[in-house]
Design a binder for this molecule. Sequence first.
Ligand code: NAG
Ligand code: NAG
Length: 255
Amino acid sequence: MHYTIGVLCLLISFHCCLSVPASPRDYKVFADLPTCSTEEDQLSDCIKQIFNTLNPRLKDGNTDLKIPPYEPLVLNRTSFQYSSGNVNGRITMKNAKIYGFSANTAKEVNAKYKDGKVKLRFLTFLPKLNIAGQYKADLQVNQLQIKPKGDFNVTLTNVEVTTITDGEVYEKDGHRFFRMKNIDSNPKIGDLHIKANGIFQDPELDKIALDVANQYWRDIYGIMLPETRQYWQPLLLRIFNEVLELVPIDAFLKD
Ligand SMILES: *[C@@H]1O[C@H](CO)[C@@H](O)[C@H](O)[C@H]1NC(C)=O
Ligand SMILES: *[C@@H]1O[C@H](CO)[C@@H](O)[C@H](O)[C@H]1NC(C)=O
């Protein structure tokens, strides 16, 4: 997803630039896209159009631009510390595959560019996101030590994400690039369904736990989201900037 968003950032980023003539690289994949003027009334729509064209187009990756495929997006190993109320410990996901990012569409974009500084706000909509893989946890729940381990499969529907970011344009090797400085993402989920095994020794207990989790997912999510923000927000920012570093924004500029 991060690449998706990275891609969107780069689309976003194009708008920002000064009119320094630069010799663009080979941007075949962008050839039919509009170039954007930095005029405030045109910029936002132009970014939206580019995002909605490029996101499905780049889903299988692009070797020239070194963009890896993101449909599915594969996360090998992601680990985070969780601590809230009576629950404390580490949760690790392995071989997670995320399907659905290529259908992410920008609904609203607000872009402002001034003196090399960029401010962006965008609202995206994903009809369905499916995340499946293996998990392992080492948790202290009250006095109890539990080490669940198994497969999980989470389906999210109607995911609306509002993202606010600001950044700047810089020059390197005769090209202009965009770098994000801050990002603030707020996902809203229409519905969520969790399937998993290995929480308890007894599959019947697993079923009960999952029924409860699925019934109360809004409460769980409401706690998890702010608790885990300190892990995923810097990760998002880093991944976006890694992608943005690969793609000069000259290709999208009306010079
Ligand atoms: C993910 O795992 C695969 C298979 O084990 C490996 O080829 C790939 O390099 C790994 N990717 C990362 C980013 O570690
Ligand atoms: C996860 O669940 C979805 C929806 O039920 C299903 O389409 C998908 O095949 C499942 N994926 C795995 C790896 O089990």
